[in-house]
Design a protein around this ligand. Structure first.
Ligand SMILES: *Cc1c(COP(=O)(O)O)cnc(C)c1O
Length: 242
């Protein structure tokens, strides 16, 4: 079932769209099956769960060196700054950066560890009240500072990039939780236009800023119409979460 769904998605998705398999709440064995079908990028949303799967893999590798060596982990959940150390050493991307506070903490950690962390910025467009995320203007402000385009005053230009150890790779977003296609389309359209505005407004960043992570099990086909380059699919591959 997992094997067949992965194969089906790999053959059906346009070549411009990467599949991120959302394995949260599913056992390690499910990840192994998806990997055997050729899946390489997996996403988790809870630090402790990510860590226990990473440790499991390291354990296996003691007897089987190189086992699943090219697997990549993305983090897609709300990340508290005190949990950074559990997550950042193991992931190739944090998709769910939803506050300046988190961004600053990632910069501090990355700089101290002499690493560059790939991130997506998460705007808030869905109707739900509880959702975290940036306003479009906050995103343009962050990227403006990263591009060195905003000065603190007329005389004192910021010449250093405050996000020297962060690579801004794009935008991640979720549509409102609803069956109403009109609402979903309008959310994806808003996310897509934020993404395009960033690319146009900050040409010096646009070489890296290439990813629009939109679309989940129920709405990924619509997301692709709006320019998704990364779909995050969980339940369609692994079944209902327990
Ligand atoms: C759980 C989750 C998904 C996957 O959702 P499905 O509907 O199971 O495909 C995608 N993105 C984020 C941010 C999630 O938390």
């Amino acid at each position: 079932m997992i094997f067949n769904t992965i194969n089906k998605l790999h053959s059906e998705l346009p070549s411009t769209v990467k599949l991120v398999a959302v394995s949260k709440f599913h056992p390690f064995e499910a990840i192994e099956e998806a990997y055997r079908a050729g899946q390489r990028i997996f996403a988790e949303s809870r630090p402790q769960e990510l860590l226990s799967k990473v440790k499991r893999l390291e354990e296996i590798r003691q007897n089987h060196p190189g086992y699943m060596s090219d697997i990549k982990w993305h983090f897609i959940g709300h990340l508290q700054t005190n949990k950074l150390k559990m997550v950042l050493p193991y992931v190739s991307m944090v998709q769910s950066v939803d506050s300046v506070r988190l961004l600053d903490a990632i910069q501090t950690w990355a700089s101290a560890n002499d690493l560059v962390v790939d991130v997506l910025l998460e705007p808030h467009v869905a109707a739900e009240e509880t959702k975290q995320g940036f306003s479009p203007d906050e995103i343009y402000d962050i990227l403006g500072r990263a591009a060195g385009e905003i000065s603190t005053s007329e005389v004192e230009q910021i010449v250093t990039n405050p996000y020297s150890h962060i690579r801004f790779r794009g935008i991640m977003g979720m549509a409102t939780f609803t069956d109403d296609q009109t609402v979903i389309r309008s959310d994806f359209s808003a996310l897509s236009s934020i993404f395009e505005t960033c690319r146009i407004q900050f040409p010096t960043l646009s070489q890296d800023f290439t990813e629009l992570s939109i679309g989940m099990s129920d709405d990924y086909s619509i997301a692709i119409e709006y320019g998704s380059t990364m779909v995050r699919i969980g339940s369609m591959i692994f079944g209902d979460r327990v």
